[in-house]
Design a protein around this ligand. Structure first.
Ligand code: FMN
Length: 188
């Protein structure tokens, strides 16, 4: 399976990177082709809501000239996508949110019976790390993510929240095991 990982943390050696590293290692070990994109190094604009993309149904129709159309192109070719982010104010980071918003250009005729999506059937999973616990903190982010699969016509393939994070060095064997289990579920 071709798997794209979108790393939404600016911290290259932070908590999210450490957990995602274990996920990628497991996926590669299972024989999958894994590509990871460090979003913070990219030129990412927000969606303009211009709806120019809605004239296209067979290609990424976003007219913006930044790095996101290329990322979306890779997303279209992937059988699975892992969205990874630290929790920032009860949501994902601005970097990952910019990409998610621009996936608006991956589908057409939403709300019509013949709604089309360039990522139909794709397996999508969310990994989030946070300084706090789950309660009154992380749930909304996972709810929002689980709604994205409907316009995308994608498959919700897994979710993992690692809460009460301090430093990456403190993420031990228990978290690694959760990462491995999450990875296996993505390709199940
Ligand atoms: C701007 C900002 C906002 C944050 N908001 C939250 C939050 O709402 N809930 C939470 O649990 N942690 C929050 N945190 C903590 C981070 O999510 C946590 O430290 C995370 O593991 C950092 O991941 P990273 O090392 O990959 O950057 C916030 C951190 C920052 C810098």
């Amino acid at each position: 399976m071709k798997i794209l990982c979108l790393q939404g943390s600016a911290r290259k050696k932070g908590n999210t990177a450490r957990v995602l590293g274990w996920v990628e290692e497991e996926l590669a070990g299972l024989g999958h082709e894994v590509e990871s994109i460090y979003l913070s190094g990219k030129n990412l604009n927000g969606c303009l809501g211009c709806a120019a993309c809605k004239d296209q149904s067979d290609e990424v129709g976003c007219p913006q000239n930044d790095d996101i159309p290329e990322i979306l192109g890779k997303m279209v070719k992937a059988q699975a996508v892992v969205f990874a982010s630290p929790l920032y104010f009860w949501g994902v980071t601005a970097q990952l949110k910019a990409v998610i918003d621009r996936t608006y250009s991956l589908y057409t005729r939403y709300h019509e019976p013949n709604h089309a999506s360039l990522v139909e059937g794709q397996r999508q999973a969310l990994l989030v790390t946070g300084g706090g616990g789950w309660d009154n903190n992380a749930g909304e982010t996972f709810t929002a993510f689980s709604r994205i699969q409907k316009p995308h016509k994608a498959v919700h393939a897994g979710e993992l929240f690692i809460g009460n994070c301090t430093t990456p060095a403190n993420l031990g064997e228990d978290v690694k095991n959760q990462a491995v289990e999450f990875a296996r579920k993505i390709v199940d």
